[in-house]
Design a protein around this ligand. Structure first.
Ligand code: ADP
Ligand code: GN1
Ligand code: MG
Length: 365
């Protein structure tokens, strides 16, 4: 869905924005939603920026349930920020209400739209360049989990069923292989063999949950490094974003996805996977930041599984990229024919590199 300027203006007309529309530009590098930055100007010259997003309803089958979660979570975080006297608390993204008081509206094709106040003087990074960034990111995501531990009310909606049920993600890959709708399976036998050989180990987290060894908590579930905004001046985490998948989950999929997104030597879609390795100093930064904020609530069993979590989620997301390649690129946004295959190969190489480092990683905890 690519929105025209006219459509963005019509959506803006339904939201409580300040000022007159001056521009709308595509923004960010997310794989799922359609994100735009809109600017408005008041008569006195003051400019207001907002993020407008068309929600991908193929990925999120029930957008009102997604928005109910986001409304509850951001309200809870905003209350904590308002009650904090030190003024040092990280901010939350803040939803804009529609003119009739709702957290989303529709366009003429029935697509769901939402808007947030744009967070300025920040940056989000597709790849990390320093261990300090890794430290700040993990510290912020740990605080985010901690802040949501006392979220009042019913269990959050599961916005995507079995989102991090790794064995079911594997099953989706085997289902794709079986149906082979666009004849791509013949090109990926090396990748399938590797995934197959690691399948049992990948069930470790789900098994531990089922056996009651580790608890369910409220987690973010999509903690790659461009889902947090870092303050341009201080380098600290300014705001956690992309809250579509905040729901009940395991802390490991959050920590693991930081390892996946933050420790690699290349972009997630590097075409030459021989360049892919995990960077130990980034892992150290992540672990230090995460434990600094999360150690107070984590159990011993949870901490012991942190190193393995990076390998497991990297393979899990690898199975999703490969399944999407086999299915003809219907889920993740792509910009070239082998895009999902490149992404899957990078995940395999990174998971192998994390696997090789496992003895050292275990020593660090
Ligand atoms: P997706 O689900 O497609 O990944 P995101 O919610 O992560 O969508 O948004 C995509 C990008 O837009 C982010 O990586 C970030 O760069 C930018 N962005 C999103 N929300 C805001 C915001 N409130 N302020 C500033 N930038 C934002
Ligand atoms: C998607 O929305 P975005 O781009 O932050 C995906 C994640 C994947 C990630 C891989 C809802 O994240 O699960 O790990 O791409 N989000 C959804 O880059 O499927
Ligand atoms: Mg995102």
């Amino acid at each position: 869905m690519k929105a025209t300027i006219e459509r963005l203006q019509r959506m803006a007309g339904k939201m409580c924005v300040k000022g007159k529309f001056i521009e709308g530009i595509p923004f960010g590098s997310g794989h799922i939603n359609d994100t735009y930055r809109l600017a408005f100007e008041e008569d006195n010259g003051k400019v207001h920026l907002y993020t407008f997003q068309g929600i991908n309803h193929h990925v999120f089958p029930n957008p009102p349930e997604v928005m109910e979660n986001i409304d509850r979570v951001t309200t809870h975080l905003a209350e904590k920020i308002a009650a904090d006297k030190s003024g040092k608390r990280r901010d939350t993204i803040r939803l804009l209400k529609t003119t009739d008081g709702k957290p989303y509206c529709f366009d003429s094709d029935g697509n769901f739209w939402r808007a947030y106040h744009f967070v300025d003087d920040v940056n989000s990074y597709d790849m990390l360049s320093t261990p300090e960034q890794a430290y700040q990111i993990a510290k912020s995501f740990g605080e985010f989990q901690c802040d949501l531990a006392d979220l009042p009310g019913k269990r959050l909606n599961e916005t995507i069923k079995d989102f991090h049920h790794t064995p079911r993600r594997y099953q989706q890959l085997w289902d794709a292989v079986k149906s082979d709708p666009v004849g791509r399976v013949k090109d990926v036998s090396r990748e399938l063999d590797i995934f197959h050989s690691l399948e049992d180990e990948c069930s470790t987290l789900v098994r531990a949950l089922e056996e009651g060894a580790i608890p369910e908590r409220v987690t973010h579930n999509d903690t790659k490094c461009n889902n947090i905004l870092l303050d341009n001046k201080t380098g600290e985490g300014a705001c956690v974003i992309d809250l579509d998948t905040v729901m009940p989950g395991l802390v490991h999929y959050d920590f693991g996805d930081m390892v996946r997104g933050g420790t690699g030597t290349t972009a997630e879609d590097e075409p030459d996977y021989s360049k892919v390795h995990m960077r130990m100093e980034m892992f150290e930064g992540l672990l230090k930041g995460y434990l600094e904020s999360a150690r107070k609530f984590l159990t011993k069993e949870e901490i012991e599984l942190l190193p393995l979590s990076g390998k497991i989620i990297t393979l899990e997301i690898g199975t999703r990229f490969l399944a999407d390649y086999i299915n003809g690129d219907i889920y993740f946004k792509t910009s070239r024919p082998a895009h999902n295959l490149d992404r899957a190969r990078v995940q395999i190489a990174l998971a192998q590199s994390i696997g090789e480092a496992m003895p050292q990683l275990m020593k660090m905890i």
